[in-house]
Design a protein around this ligand. Sequence first.
Ligand code: HEC
Ligand code: HEC
Length: 385
Amino acid sequence: MRGPRVRWYLGAAVLLAPLLVLVPASAPAQQSAYAWSLPPGFPEPRVPADNPMSAVKVELGRHLFYDTRLSSDGTFSCATCHQQARAFADDKGRGIGVTGAAHPRGPMSLANVAYAVVLTWANPTMRRLEDQALVPMFGDDPIELGLRSDDPSLLAKLRDEPRYQRLFPEAFPGVREPVAVANVTRAIASFERTLLSGRSPYDRYRTTLDDKAIPLAAHRGQDLFFSDRVGCFNCHAGFNFTQPVDFVGRASVEIAFHNTGLYNVDGRGAYPEPNTGVYAVTGDPADMGRFKAPTLRNIAVTAPYMHDGSLRTLDDVLSHYQAGGRTIGLGPQRGNGSRNPLKSRFLTGFTLTPEERDDLLAFLDSLTDQSFLTDPRFANPWPTH
Ligand code: HEC
Ligand code: HEC
C-alpha cells in the first residue's frame, strides 16, 4: 500500500516534459478572513488582491451565475451549460450557445476551479476567473450568452431587480455605481471559487484511512491509476487529479499541456481545426494538440469526454489510453493517434485485463462527490415556476 499513497503526494511535483513554465508565486502566503468551507485536507485557494472574498459577494455571484438576464434573449445563464448535477459541466460534447450554434469545445466542470492556474481547455494566457467570465457573456465567436458589451440594457435590467438593489451595494460597499460589468464578473468569480468538491468516498478513504469507504475494486483501481504501467497520475496529479494547481502558500507552479494522441489527421500529428489546442493560441507547431488535463473529480457524471466530447463513455476513454492514442478509421478525421509524433511520452499504451478495466472504472466512480452535486449553497437561488 505504501507506493500509491506516497505517489499521491509526489504526483503534483513530478516534472512534466511538455510546455513547462515556472511561474513565481504571485503573492506571499496570506490567510484571508473569509470563512472557507474547505473539504478535509484541502488548501486555501488563492484569491486576487482586487477581489477579496465575502459571503455577500458569493451570494450575489450565485444569483448572477443562474440569471438568464445574462443572455441576449433571456433564456440562458452560465448554469445552462454548467449544471450542478453534472459537476457544473453538461451532457453535451460541445456547448450549445443561445443562438443554437455549437461551441467547438465542451463545457468544463467547475469543481475546484478556484485552484486552476490556466482556464479553459487550451489557453495558457487565460488566468483569471474574472476575465474568463467575459468570454461567455460577450464573446461572438463562438456565441455563448450572446450579450453585447456596448448594450447598456443588461445593467439597466440588473438595476431593476429588487434582490440586486440590496446585493450589489452590500457586496461592493462605498462604490458610487456598484452595478457594473466589472463587479458582475468579480461576483461570479467569487461564487465559482466556492465550488469546492472533496467529499467523495475516495476522499473519505484518504482522509480517514477507513478502507471500507470505497469498494475493494476501487482500491485495486487506485493502485493501477498510480502505477507506472498505467500512468494516469503523471498528468491527473495531486489532490485535484489535474494540474497545474495553485493555492495559498504554494511556492511555484508548473504549467503543462499535453497531446494525448486523440487525433492525427495528417500523419504528422495534426488535430482537426479549430481544436488544435495550445497551438491555436501560440502558433508554435510543438503545441499542436496540447490540452489541459482536466480534473477527474466527479468524472462519472460529466460524459461525454475530452475537449470535443468525442469519447462517449469512460470505457471509451480507457480504450483510448490503452492503445496509446485513438485510431479513427473513416471520415475526414481519420488517422492513427497512437502514431502522433507530438503525443506525450506518457502515452505509451498498456494492457488491461477486463477485471483491471472494471477496477479502474470503480476507482474513477469513487471520485463522485454526491454532496457537491446536491449542495443547496450552489443551487439556483431564483424562484422557479
Ligand atoms: C454555451 C455554453 C456555455 C455557457 C452559457 C457558459 N459556458 Fe463556461 N464553458 C463552456 C465551454 C465550451 C468551455 C470550454 C471553453 C474553451 O475551452 O474554450 C467553458 C469553460 C469555462 C470555464 C473554464 C473552466 C476550467 O476548468 O478551466 C469557466 C471558469 C467557465 N466556463 C465559466 C462560465 C461562466 C462564469 C459562465 C457565465 C457567465 C459560463 N461559463 C457560461 C460553455 C459555456
Ligand atoms: C500525458 C498526460 C495524461 C495522461 C498520462 C493521462 N491523461 Fe487523461 N487527459 C489528459 C489531457 C490533456 C486530457 C484532455 C485531452 C483532450 O481533450 O484532448 C485528458 C482527458 C481525460 C479524461 C476526460 C476528461 C473530461 O473532462 O472530458 C479522462 C476521463 C481521463 N483523461 C482519464 C485518464 C485516465 C484514466 C488515465 C490513465 C489511464 C489518463 N487520463 C492518463 C492528460 C493525460
